[in-house]
Write a protein that binds this ligand. Structure first.
Ligand SMILES: NC(=O)c1ccc[n+]([C@@H]2O[C@H](COP(=O)([O-])OP(=O)(O)OC[C@H]3O[C@@H](n4cnc5c(N)ncnc54)[C@H](OP(=O)(O)O)[C@@H]3O)[C@@H](O)[C@H]2O)c1
Length: 337
């Protein structure tokens, strides 16, 4: 199963919107076939493993990182549960059930009815971790959410003049750009667009994510840099309206704030599997208070933003020392204004 999980992980993001799946066929203690789902629309892991094993599949045990699929309308590839049974596989060990309501245990049921022994749960936690975004899409109809923030040592997200560029240095920014390139969409609030006029691109670190803005009152300026970027931004608003260079999607609002569940459901429907939420603080607070976050990247800069109008001119802790005190971190050093 460990081998099946390692194979599944090779697919990276290419399998999306499908799950990452690996399969290993074992007979008499030897691997006779293996495969992984390389890309959406391509052959499934089980089919590739069976192709490799040929007649050797008869009587073998299949270790799969996810329950084999069964026939359902809209499926593009032959159902794996049937193919495994037809190849004479004797036993199927699945790390977890497929949360897709169209499968949900029925792939394993089909195998059992065909006389194949089945087991589930081996390395389940690892299998679930591998397919976090897929599980969320199926169970909650929302993307995997990564919150990213850059804070100064005095706990500020922007300097006195309102700008947050640049709190962190070039290396942290390069990592932030790689984070963007690894996500399908990047979301900010209208407050951030008005203060920083960001481009929200990956700056050459990889593919550009879809830029998304929460803008209940449609205040996005016509001259915003986002509107001239490589990808057409998606603006969520409570008002109907048009904006040249952008797509405006309606979302319900309450107390002036857009309903995040509705926004996330729409993003998931559009194929967004991982979403990077870059802020600002109002947006972060909304996501956190709704419990809508799966991962956090908090960049901490040695600057003191309360002491400056511009982040670039902010004083910093000289030679900061960082220590870990149980669950806490301590930064200390001398200040130079
Ligand atoms: N350090 C960092 O990591 C970082 C990152 C980003 C930004 N910033 C800084 O943060 C500041 C902007 O932050 P901010 O808190 O004022 O604004 P923000 O979080 O960027 O945007 C908040 C605005 O988004 C709209 N909105 C719509 N639905 C929402 C929802 N469900 N939850 C939250 N907001 C929703 C609201 O305006 P409407 O009612 O008009 O729609 C709200 O006022 C800027 O100074 C920027 O430089 C810092």
């Amino acid at each position: 199963m460990r081998r099946a999980l390692a194979l599944a992980a090779r697919a990276g993001r290419r399998a999306w919107p499908n799950p990452k799946v690996g399969c290993v066929l074992v007979k008499n203690g030897r691997i006779v076939g293996e495969g992984w789902h390389r890309r959406a629309g391509g052959p499934h892991a089980e089919a590739l493993a069976l192709r490799m094993a040929g007649a050797g599949a008869r009587g073998a045990t299949a270790y799969v990182s996810l329950e084999p699929c069964r026939a359902h309308p809209g499926k593009r590839t032959p159902p794996c549960a049937d193919t495994l049974a037809a190849a004479g596989v004797a036993r199927v060990v699945a790390a977890m059930r497929d949360p897709n309501p169209k499968v949900a245990g029925r792939g394993l049921g089909l195998l059992r009815r065909a006389g194949v022994r089945t087991e589930t749960g081996l390395l389940r936690r690892q299998a679930q971790a591998l397919n976090g975004p897929f599980l969320l899409r199926m169970r909650e109809k929302r993307p995997w959410i990564i919150l990213k923030s850059a804070l100064s040592l005095d706990g500020r997200a922007f300097a006195n003049g309102g700008a947050s560029r640049w709190i962190t240095g070039p290396r942290a920014r390069r990592l932030a750009h790689r984070l963007r390139a690894g996500c399908d969409a990047v979301l900010v609030g209208i407050g951030t667009v008005l203060a920083d006029d960001p481009s929200l691109t990956a700056h050459g670190a990889g593919p550009n994510p879809l830029p998304v803005v929460l803008d209940a009152r449609l205040r996005l300026p016509r001259g915003a840099r986002l509107l001239r970027g490589p990808r057409k931004p998606l603006i969520f608003s409570a008002k109907a309206g048009r904006l040249a260079g952008a797509e405006v999607a309606r979302a319900p609002a309450r107390g002036g704030l857009l309903n995040l569940r509705a926004v996330l459901c729409e993003l998931s429907r559009r194929g967004v599997g991982t979403l990077l939420v870059e802020g600002g603080p109002t947006v972060h607070a909304s996501f956190l208070s709704a419990g809508l976050a799966d991962e956090l990247y908090a960049f901490l800069s040695p600057k003191l933003l309360a002491a400056a109008r511009d982040p670039n001119a902010a004083p910093r802790l000289s030679r900061p020392r960082l220590s870990r005190l149980g669950p806490d971190f301590l930064f200390c050093g001398k200040l130079r204004f």
